[in-house]
Each structure stands twice: as C-alpha cells, then as structure tokens.
Design a protein around this ligand. Structure first.
Ligand code: ZN
Length: 209
C-alpha cells in the first residue's frame, strides 16, 4: 500500500514555490488539525471547479452567483462603464487583482496564465495565445481598441514573452492600427505587479511607453 503521507506531500510539491520539505510540513500540519478543518478544506477543494469559472473574455477565475455559469463574462468584463480602448495584458490573476485594487485602470484585461520560457519548443502552449488573439479581434472589430498594454514583471522571461507576443500579434496590430506599450519601470528598476503598492502601479501606468 502507498504511504499516504508521501502521496499527499507529492501533491503539495506541485504547488508554486513549494519544495519537498515544505510539502512534508504541510502534511504534518494537516495531521495536527481537527476533523472539522480537514472536512472544510476537503469540501472547498471539491467545490472549486463547480463554483469558479474562467471568464470567456479576460480568462481570469471568478465566482459568480451560487453556481458558476461557464458561458458568461466576469463582472469586470461585463461592466459597461469600463472603456474599450485599452487592453491590459497580465501574467496571472493576482496581478489583475492588484491593478484592479489600485483603481487606476478602467480598460479591459486579459490574463495570459503564464510566461514564455526562453528555450521552450512550444511557446504557444505556455500562454493563452489563442484566447488573446480572439479578445483583441473582438475589441478591435468593435472599432474601439487602440492600445495593448503589456503589464508584466521586469524579468528576462517576461521580456522574452513580450517580444514573442509582439511578433505574434504584429499582423493584427497593423490591421487594426494598434499600438503596444509597456509599463513605466519603477524607480528601483524592478516591478512585481502582484506586490506593488497602488501608487507605484498608478505611476507605472501613467508612465507607460
Ligand atoms: Zn473577464
């Protein structure tokens, strides 16, 4: 019979940033909790795919109402007060949430769901390229989109992703006269969207180039 401690630790090892030792610590932490904690955790994990949808437009995860309707756009994409002239492209949901919380952007979003590693053979599988193309076409055909803002972190992988996207989207940009812009880089030279404070995000957006 398999050792359940090892099996569960194996599951935790797949979590972002978690190594084998931390994975084991999670298992021992769970062993010390009472049964109501474990039941609730079990229940919430099982409910995730039922309650959470990926938005058909921006692709972020969201919970809408009691049961997720997988065909509806999320409340942000659904909001008629938002402007359609700018599409802001982020790596992950947490980045979108940070920008939304800062309250300095009123345009449209797209969540790439990853970055393109430098030496990858199938870059289109690392990000939601097809979804991004669809999103751009829909907004551009409505004749309102003018700008695509790449709001990615300041890392080599992010830079590589931007170069890759610019190349793949070049024809579309030409066809619909879209310009590409990047966030202004913070004074420190580094910018992690997820951990940036609202003022830094605001100035990065204002100083985009
Ligand atoms: Zn959405």
């Amino acid at each position: 019979m398999n050792n359940i401690i090892n099996e569960l630790a194996e599951m935790f090892k797949h979590f972002p940033g978690i190594g084998p030792r931390q994975a084991k610590r999670f298992v021992y932490f769970l062993l010390q909790q009472d049964s109501s904690y474990l039941t609730k955790l079990n229940h919430l994990v099982a409910e995730l795919p039922k309650m959470i949808s990926s938005c058909v437009e921006c692709q972020r995860f969201y919970q809408d109402g009691q049961f997720a309707d997988h065909s509806l756009p999320c409340p942000i994409c659904h909001d008629e007060h938002r402007r359609n002239g700018q599409l802001l492209v982020v790596e992950k949901d947490a980045d979108l949430e940070a920008i939304e919380k800062a309250g300095s952007f009123a345009g449209q979003y797209f969540v790439l769901g990853g970055l393109v590693p430098i030496l990858t053979k199938e870059p289109e599988k690392k990000i939601r390229l097809a979804g991004l193309v669809r999103r751009i076409e829909t907004l551009a055909k409505a004749k309102q989109l003018t700008e695509i803002i790449f709001a990615l972190a300041v890392t080599t992988e992010a830079d590589h992703t931007i170069e890759y996207l610019k190349e793949r989207l070049a024809k579309l940009a030409e066809q619909y006269s879209l310009k590409f812009t990047l966030l202004g880089r913070g004074l420190s030279g580094g910018l992690e969207i997820e951990y940036s404070d609202p003022d830094t995000l605001k100035s990065a957006l204002e100083n985009r180039h």
